[in-house]
Design a protein around this ligand. Structure first.
Ligand SMILES: Cc1cc2nc3c(=O)[nH]c(=O)nc-3n(C[C@H](O)[C@H](O)[C@H](O)COP(=O)(O)OP(=O)(O)OC[C@H]3O[C@@H](n4cnc5c(N)ncnc54)[C@H](O)[C@@H]3O)c2cc1C
Length: 463
């Protein structure tokens, strides 16, 4: 290992322009250190902000507003953005070693976690991540979405399940003021859905919803929330949780207030089923026709166990919102079980640890955000991830790479040489302004451009 004491400027590559990657840049710039910094952020999408743009629901403008703070970071003179550049295809780990002292992978998680129950592959059974990508206008997803089901099951008791349920039931006109693309408005406006059933295998005291998001569900216009008395016969673990955990107390209050509300007049219904563990998606002619679940009861360990009682409900579509999962990156050690990059506090390690060896950090490689820790937690949590990773990056100065071509121009030359139509921060400003102007013309805040070609074309127009 070559000892390095002569680096006066850290040339850092960050792969992923989501919150984790941008916060890592921000924290590095604000940390006291004995060297200058020059950061290049790569993203395979033509626009920055990751799941803030392509995951957070369009009717959550306050959360989407985080992009203002992220933009301020990107505006730093020491950061360049290279959009439309895919790590592993357009640029490789070997390339990065030629141009940088180190790299941080912040590639997030966009795949659906598996749910291994019979029938999950039937037509009409969807992963929540794909539906989210559709309604948030992700360029790599189809422009149309089948919304011909009248009754729909949503499997999961986390905030993504709530987003899916809310987007399916909310009147499309109430989304008109948001940034949803025109094709999404049209799709939702023509949806046949009348009933959405959300299934959670545990009780109301064990849900992973956060109170704010749950409360919002009860405020959707023209939708009745339907609860079942049998789910609220409080067992002792739930009672303890309800009495001791502040979040559970609030959730209980919200659910109780809904139980007292008169229902029956709305055009759509949102049914919450607790102690209901989906065990099979039933199909006819290869298409979803029903969902089967097992009734559960609380056990003594704070979980649930099956009762053997199976119930069935006719539905024409099933959405599984049981979590996200990271994707492997070429030449970067990946833990297939957890869907994360092998790492020890953000230092990428060889998976020798798997076999009982001690973790061996791979010099120059770091990771942060969902691909480091797994797809749980809010945007704010990626800040503490980044702090840990940056602390190691700074302390590891002696083991940084010694790149033969560190000049800032050399990577630009490489991308040009390969004919990669990369986008820049200035290009993103053009696209951003274009979307805002398009929205303003219709009295809306923004209308997203969906096609990748169009995004790139607008971003690369001569100023
Ligand atoms: C449906 C949904 C709703 C959510 N709602 C909220 C909410 O309301 N409030 C909240 O606080 N949090 C919310 N979250 C969580 C929040 O989105 C995450 O905490 C956060 O986005 C994780 O940040 P990240 O940077 O690790 O990953 P991401 O945001 O996924 O960013 C990763 C980036 O890496 C890029 N990338 C991936 N692979 C490559 C590659 N090979 N080459 C180049 N670039 C690549 C991606 O394009 C992306 O831009 C939500 C998440 C989901 C899924």
């Amino acid at each position: 290992m070559t000892e390095r004491h002569d680096v006066t400027t850290l040339r850092l590559a960050i792969v992923g322009a989501g919150p984790a990657g941008i916060y890592a840049a921000d924290i590095l710039l604000k940390t006291e250190r004995r060297f200058d910094v020059s950061i290049d952020v790569f993203d395979h999408l033509p626009a920055p902000y990751g799941l803030v743009r392509y995951g957070v629901a369009p009717d959550h403008p306050r959360i989407k507003g985080i992009v203002t703070a992220l933009r301020e970071v990107l505006d730093s003179d020491t950061i360049r953005l290279f959009g439309n550049v895919r790590f592993g295809v357009d640029i490789t780990l070997d390339d990065l070693r030629q141009h940088y002292n180190a790299v941080i992978f912040a590639t997030g998680a966009v795949r659906n976690a598996n749910l291994a129950i019979p029938g999950i592959e039937l037509e009409g059974s969807f992963g929540a991540a794909d539906f989210v990508s559709w309604f948030d206008g992700h360029p790599d997803y189809p422009r149309t979405w089948p919304l011909d089901a009248r009754s729909v099951a949503v499997i999961g008791n986390g905030n993504v399940a709530l987003d899916v349920a809310r987007m399916l039931t909310k009147p499309a006109d109430d989304l008109r003021s948001t940034e949803i693309p025109a094709n999404v408005y049209d799709g939702l406006a023509n949806s046949a859905v009348t009933d959405v059933h959300v299934f959670g295998r545990r009780g109301p005291a064990q849900v992973k919803f956060t109170p704010l998001e749950l409360r919002e569900l009860g405020e959707v216009r023209d939708v009745d929330v339907v609860l079942h008395a049998e789910d609220f016969q409080t067992d002792s673990p739930s009672r303890t949780a309800a009495e001791t955990n502040k979040q559970v107390v609030v959730i209980n209050k919200i659910l109780s207030s809904w139980r007292d509300r008169p229902i029956g007049s709305a055009s759509r219904r949102l049914h919450l089923h607790f102690y209901a563990k989906p065990v099979e998606v039933v199909g006819v002619d290869g298409k979803v026709s029903a969902i089967r679940w097992e009734r559960t009861v609380a056990d003594d360990a704070g979980g649930v166990r099956g009762t053997g009682e199976i119930r069935e409900l006719a539905v024409q579509a099933v959405y599984r919102a049981v979590g996200y999962f990271g994707s492997p990156l070429p030449d970067v050690p990946f833990d297939d079980q957890r869907g994360i990059i092998w790492n020890d506090e953000g230092r990428v390690i060889e998976p020798a640890i798997e076999f009982g060896g001690s973790p061996r950090p791979l010099a120059g490689l770091y990771t942060t955000g969902w691909i480091k820790r797994g797809p749980v937690g809010l945007i704010g949590h990626t800040k503490s991830d980044a702090m840990e990773t940056i602390r190691h990056l700074i302390n590891d100065q002696a083991t940084w790479w010694n790149p033969p071509a560190p000049a800032e121009d050399s990577v630009v030359a490489l991308l040009h040489e390969r004919g990669i139509e990369f986008t820049t921060l200035a290009g993103w400003s053009q696209l951003d302004e274009y979307e805002i102007a398009k929205g303003a013309a219709e009295g809306r805040k923004r209308i997203k451009v969906v096609s990748r070609e169009e995004m790139v074309e607008i971003s690369r127009r001569p100023e």
